[in-house]
Design a protein around this ligand. Structure first.
Ligand code: MG
Length: 416
């Protein structure tokens, strides 16, 4: 009688070609099973540019099975179209479900092309978001599910008010409009290049009269809003340390949600010095890129709150990674967001998935009609919150006819 050893039994059960990991993996891929993973190939990458709050770069990634993903980048995207075209050779023919691997390939391919920050990363952000939309659609799951599942089912927004002027006869009407829309937090700008008390066109050291005007604006807004509505204040990274420290100190009685970018973003020690000097919470990060841009801010405890712009800093998974880094320092995340309902909904998927989410920006008060028409789902905001969608992918689809009304002159529309 023939003797069977353990080895001979194994060899009879599994063909030799499968006795290696890649063979086994291919066999599993090819096996017919209800859990079979979709097999997709990227066949095209196309762009469109919208001018709404600044420029927005829209990217679509197409596949051999009719599915496509849609992403949006912003702010640092004036050169976005040629940059996305330069990524094409790294995307074509690839499996779009390997989102992070494609992200890393494009990022590391650009080491000598500026991939550390700026335009390169903003263009890459739009591509990454399109890949997530595509992955969600292919797998039949909302993106938040792919980012680890959701912590909350609605996302709190703050309204960038575009008003702060006690002297503006329309200001009270605008404030009432924000309250009627249901917002529970508002942001104003207090940097003013046209303040008549400003003595130099280049230097931004604020005079006493300029600081008095800043405080007047904050007091007006604070007194015009109900106490339960939070107020944040933006200085747009223009001022020097001496001004920033004085303003942060003077604003302490107003118990701000935060004071944003009181100094420029490049010198983290300067931001830390401002933060250490005041009880006003300091927020920064809309001009930082990738995890690497946030590392020093967190390590040096230079901010109370970080505000990555997910359409600019590297996309959705990079945003989740930044949030996770911040969480280890017990720092909350309030993403900067000035994009259309597509990018805003993309940000919501990250906000839903991270433990340390604070609040998300909304900046389209002055273009409400375009906001309401931009996606087929209509207005995605309900009383100052966005409900996290159950639909696959990002969960919103562009309404081409409406969006195209804001097409940037001289640009092509997804290749048309
Ligand atoms: Mg800002």
């Amino acid at each position: 009688m023939k003797k069977f050893t353990r080895r001979s039994l194994l060899a009879r059960a599994i063909p030799a070609s499968l006795l290696n990991l890649s063979g086994l993996s291919a066999a599993i891929q090819n096996a017919s099973s209800p859990y079979r993973r979709p097999r997709l190939k990227i066949t095209d990458v196309r762009t469109a540019v919208v001018r709404a709050h600044g420029l927005q770069l829209h990217v679509r990634i197409y596949t051999d099975q009719g599915l496509y993903g849609h992403g949006e980048g912003t702010d640092a995207v004036a050169g976005g179209v040629p940059l996305v075209n330069s990524f094409r050779f790294l995307l074509m023919g690839q499996d779009p479900l390997n989102v992070d691997a494609l992200f890393e390939r494009i990022r590391t391919a650009g080491i000598f092309a500026g991939a550390q920050a700026g335009q390169y990363v903003a263009a890459l952000s739009a591509v990454e978001i399109a890949l997530w939309d595509l992955a969600g659609k292919a797998l039949g799951l909302p993106v938040w599910q792919l980012l680890g599942g959701r912590m909350r089912d609605r996302i709190r927004l703050y309204c960038d008010s575009q008003t702060n002027q006690p002297d503006d006869p329309g200001a009270r009407e605008k404030i009432q409009q924000m309250l009627d829309l249901g917002f529970t937090a508002v942001k104003i700008d207090i940097d003013d290049a046209n303040d008549p008390n400003r003595w130099d066109r280049v230097n931004w050291t604020a005079s006493n009269a300029e600081i008095d005007n800043m405080v007047r604006k904050v007091r007006f807004m604070r007194e015009s809003l109900p106490p339960r509505v939070d107020l944040a204040v933006d200085m747009h990274g223009r001022y020097d340390v001496v001004t920033a420290k004085r303003v942060a100190r003077e604003l302490e009685p107003f118990r701000l949600l935060w004071l944003e970018e009181p100094v420029p973003p490049e010198n983290v020690d300067a931001m830390r010095e401002v933060r250490a000097s005041t009880s006003t919470p300091i927020c920064c990060g809309e001009n930082l890129f990738l995890r690497h841009g946030f590392r020093e801010v967190l390590e040096k405890r230079a901010a109370d709150i970080v505000m990555p712009d997910l359409q600019k800093c590297g996309g959705l998974l990079e945003g989740r990674k930044i949030a996770d880094m911040a969480h280890t320092y017990y720092v909350p995340v309030a993403p900067h967001c000035v994009v259309s309902p597509i990018g805003t909904m993309a940000s919501c998927h990250v906000c839903a998935a991270i433990p340390n989410f604070l609040i998300l920006e909304w900046h389209w008060l002055s273009r409400l009609q375009l906001w309401r028409d931009f996606v087929r789902e209509g207005d995605i905001i309900e009383k100052g919150f966005i409900r996290v969608p159950e639909r696959p992918g990002l969960g919103v689809e562009m309404n081409e006819e409406a969006a195209r009304k804001a097409q940037a002159p001289g640009t092509s529309w997804f290749g048309a």
